[in-house]
Design a protein around this ligand. Structure first.
Ligand code: NAD
Length: 502
């Protein structure tokens, strides 16, 4: 029977849980975490039986908290007729409590607070929306006051370290208190609908799997372009740069999902085992050949979307050698991918905000149309997976132009726009991930050994990059011109994402 998208359930019921957000009054909590819970509330997935506790050093009153949160929930409120009433109802589930994880002040109060309000043995989830420097102290405090029970879960997110040694130290601190099965390391890219769709595309369809290898694929490109600059995150960003902030985590995870072998089952550890195998199969980049494999850049002044944009150093207020752009050529040394280059790049202040994966297939071994046909037929097939915005899949095929004027070939597209097909709001990645924690499903979260394998691969690259001066690129471009060198010896080049006017 033909199944239409709208006939499928939007969301599955989840047993009530309790979330304690440590750092619950900060930017991450206000911009991402609470609006995601509210959307899930509107959808009926979060019910009135859930509880949310925002714990922070200074909380203020609930009314002040609501006033700060409200602007970030405007879209959700406007999305339904009784949005105002729903927001007021949702806020009744939220409490504030003061807690200083550095000194331990407020720890006993938090325990008493939870004991008083939560009578059954349902999971209490601790979300660390604080600096990773406080993760260890927070875990120890939770343990000391008796909040680390068998049903407790822990959520953390990047930056999980600055290099392999600091990542190991963070992992050790978490694992000294919580079991690995209770730790949820967020990489929000894994919560994006299109990223999950990549797994559906590969493992729920038979037509691609037989082509998904070095016999059929010429190369793969992944571009994650941001149009924003520093956005007030100077003190963080200037110590991290694009290689640490984006490539080590988000882009490495995308490489894993594109390249992994099919797991026997779609289950957390099986998926994570396969991703780990990809990371361990990456060919180490030899520092002597670094310039053939890595390009770093930093934005100078320019124009983004028609508006003048200052250089990175001007925004920062001091000279800096940090990379705001990085492009890397990778090889995965296994049977499936031997010889297929993966080109990955990310940058700030690029021409537009867009993330996409482009799989370029090999050209035909013999062109029967070469003789006399008016042909653009040497173009390869391409599969473009657009992660954001305008999420969807496009398959470039070569077809015949209609008309009697000979065999004129031109590239055309099969286009699966998620907007047009599913006609529904695509939930933010956090909505999916926060509900998965409540479900106890770790499939879309990183295991400690994945994080470590990614750092082990990146550490020497980052160390070698620190010796290089980044090439300045104009704000509003797609990065430094030198990035084309990565394609040396091939006819390919970077493909800039194209966004339709919205
Ligand atoms: P923030 O400075 O806006 O908020 C920090 C929160 O932690 C505040 O609620 C503050 O009261 C609380 N806090 C600070 N010290 C504390 C202590 N000793 N005890 C208890 N609470 C304390 O920071 P943020 O932007 O929300 O980021 C928090 C963490 O999340 C950072 O590590 C950041 O890198 C990471 N992160 C943030 C974002 C984002 O979009 N903001 C995205 C990904 C990761």
């Amino acid at each position: 029977m033909k199944q239409t998208a709208s006939a499928l359930p939007d969301s599955a019921a989840i047993a009530p849980s309790d979330y304690v957000i440590i750092g619950g009054t900060g930017d991450l909590a206000l911009r991402k975490i609470f609006p995601a819970f509210f959307y899930r509330y509107l959808d009926g997935q979060v019910t009135d039986a859930f509880r949310f506790v925002a714990a922070a050093r200074k909380t203020g009153t609930l009314d002040e908290f609501i006033a700060k949160l409200r602007p970030f929930c405007e879209d959700a409120i406007a999305s339904c007729q009784d949005g105002e009433a729903q927001f007021a109802q949702f806020m009744k589930l939220v409490s504030l409590t003061t807690l200083d994880v550095g000194t331990g002040k407020g720890g006993e109060d938090l325990k008493a607070f939870i004991d008083e309000r939560i009578s059954d043995a349902r999971p209490v989830i601790f979300y660390m929306a604080i600096s990773p420097a406080l993760f260890g102290a927070s875990c120890q405090l939770l343990q000391k006051v008796g909040l680390v029970t068998p049903s407790a879960r822990l959520v953390v997110e990047k930056p999980l370290g600055h290099d392999a040694a600091s990542a190991k130290a963070i992992n050790d601190e978490l694992r000294a208190v919580f079991d690995e099965d209770s730790i949820y390391r967020i990489d929000h890219y894994l919560g994006k609908e299109t990223v999950q769709n990549l797994m559906a595309l590969r493992f729920a369809n038979t037509i691609f799997e037989s082509q998904w290898n070095n016999t059929s694929i010429d190369h793969i490109q992944i571009t994650v372009a941001e149009s924003v600059g520093l956005e007030g995150r100077a003190s963080y960003y200037n110590h991290y740069g694009a290689l640490r902030d984006m490539i080590q985590n988000h882009l490495m995870q995308l490489v894993c999902l594109v390249a992994m072998e099919p797991p026997a089952q779609f289950q957390a550890n099986q998926v994570r085992d396969e991703k780990l195998r990809v990371l361990r199969a990456l060919r180490p980049v030899n520092p002597e050949q670094l310039s053939d494999n890595l390009i770093i850049g930093q934005y100078g002044e320019g124009h983004v979307n028609g508006t003048k944009a200052a250089s990175y150093e001007t925004e920062l207020g001091e000279p800096s050698k940090i990379d705001t752009f990085a492009a890397l050529k990778l090889y995965i040394e296994n049977w499936r991918w031997a010889g297929v280059p993966f080109y990955i790049r990310t940058g700030k202040r690029m021409a537009l905000r867009a993330s996409e994966i482009v799989v370029t297939f090999k050209k035909r071994s013999h062109d029967i149309f070469a003789n006399g046909a008016t042909s653009s037929g040497d173009l390869p097939n391409q599969l473009v997976i657009r992660l954001q915005p305008q999420e969807g899949l496009r398959l470039q095929l070569i077809s015949k132009q209609p008309g009697p004027g000979g065999m004129r070939l031109f590239p055309s597209e099969l286009n699966l726009s998620f907007d047009d097909t599913f006609k529904t709001r695509l939930p933010d990645a956090y909505e999916r991930l926060l509900m998965d924690v409540a479900r106890g499903n770790q499939t879309l979260f990183m295991r400690h050994d994945e994080v470590m394998a990614a750092w082990d691969f990146m550490d020497p690259i980052i160390a070698a990059a620190a010796e290089k001066a980044p090439e300045i690129y104009p704000a509003g471009s797609f990065g430094p011109a030198a990035q084309e060198q990565l394609f040396d010896g091939t006819n390919a080049g970077w493909q800039a994402p194209v966004i339709d006017k919205e």
